[in-house]
Design a binder for this molecule. Sequence first.
Ligand SMILES: [Zn+2]
Length: 500
Amino acid sequence: MRPGLALVALSAAVFLTGWGASGCDDAPSQPGRPDRTAAGRHPILLIGLDGVEWDVVLPMLRQGRLPNIARLMEQGFFGRMSTTRPTLSPVIWTSIATGKSARQHGIRGFIHKAPNDPEYQRLYTNSDRRTKAFWNILSEEGLRVHVVGWWMTFPVEKINGVMVAQVNTSTPQRNQAGTGIWKGSLVEGLSGQVYPPERQDEFLAVVPEVEAEMPELARRVFGTFSGPLSPVGAKLWGACDWTFRADAIYRRIALRLLKEDADYDVLAVYFGGTDVMGHRFWRFMLPDRFEMKPTPQELQDLGDVVWDYYAYMDSVVGELLAAAPADSVVFLVSDHGMIPINRKAQFDPEMPAKALNSGGHPNAPDAFFVACGPGIRKSGMAKPLGELTRGDLPYVGTIFDMTPTILHLLNLSVGRDMDGGVMKEIVEPEFLARNPIRMVLTHTPPDWFESRPALVEGAADTEERLEQLRMLGYIDGPGDEDKPKDYEGPADSDYDEYSG
Ligand SMILES: [Zn+2]
């Protein structure tokens, strides 16, 4: 019995009512924010949805299962955004936040290795980023910015707003299970996860709240299984719980920030579950693409898992929209799409969970992009959303264009050293005419990295924090076996993120 559909329909009705007539309509600016209104700025809500694939979205639009995304698409601009290789989350989400490639921003994968020391490995962290992210640029301009769960934000740094880090870790157990590094959430007993630091305890208190909510949330999102899962199903399912938890934590924190501060300029929040569910359950969603078909029971229990998670994320988008100021500009972006992998594999339950993956993103499949709100054009598609095919989706730009576009919408200059530029096709011509694109040589002085403002824990302290993670068993110490693989080369690879 899978009550998913009915529940989604119910939540859609609630969220549509909640969001009401405002959302992306050009609603009059709210009173109480004279500075921003005078400057012609609108608050920007940037929602990152890892690995969202148009081939999943389009059939769900036909079925009416993504009502909030559909509403944004109808009133805004959408299309395919090209991405880059290596198609790894830490690299790409940093590119989205900086407008620059890995060559410039310095985050080249998950893990550093020292060329001369095979024992040495450490996770890339926020302190490795060699160029300013949009949150640095905005903060220096006096704009307010909140960042929740974004890749490579641990340890946090001082911004003009709140930063809640994504702490990425991997445990020896996870490595043995083939699940490697995971998209973290918040970790008890570790400082440097929240800026300002005096709010860390408050946000850590969300973790047990979410823990208590998890069983009911899982039932609501996925329904209940017909019985015990098959060995393969159980293994894949067991390699997902952390992502539900992380997304549920970021959701609560983002909603709290939206409710307490209507005066931000950008709120960016990241969710990773769409990617993880795709990696794990693509074969159950699209069995025809695979040599080894799932059993009827597996199909009954797991066939809707990917769809259900997308529907859940749509409802979260609806909640965030309802809580955001009415005149917000909203971006929904993924870092890459997803395609079937391991199509000829036999999916032996003895294999590590990683080898049981059936979705992945080799060859950098195009990312998902929707934008809506003041200053954003409407796509003006002749077809209803339910009839759209992939071929109808225009290219809107690349992942490197996100930060330049955000800066331009806020009337800030775009760096000439950025690898992307403003997505002009998505911006209303009147807005462009009123606000010509301003360029600056760079936002990042040559010595910025060397003299980078200390991260909240103190840049020199980062090693100590990592040691703390090691002691908590969250990352490997030097010499551990089953180290997560490194990714240094630019070549295409089936190695997928967090090795899972
Ligand atoms: Zn990703």
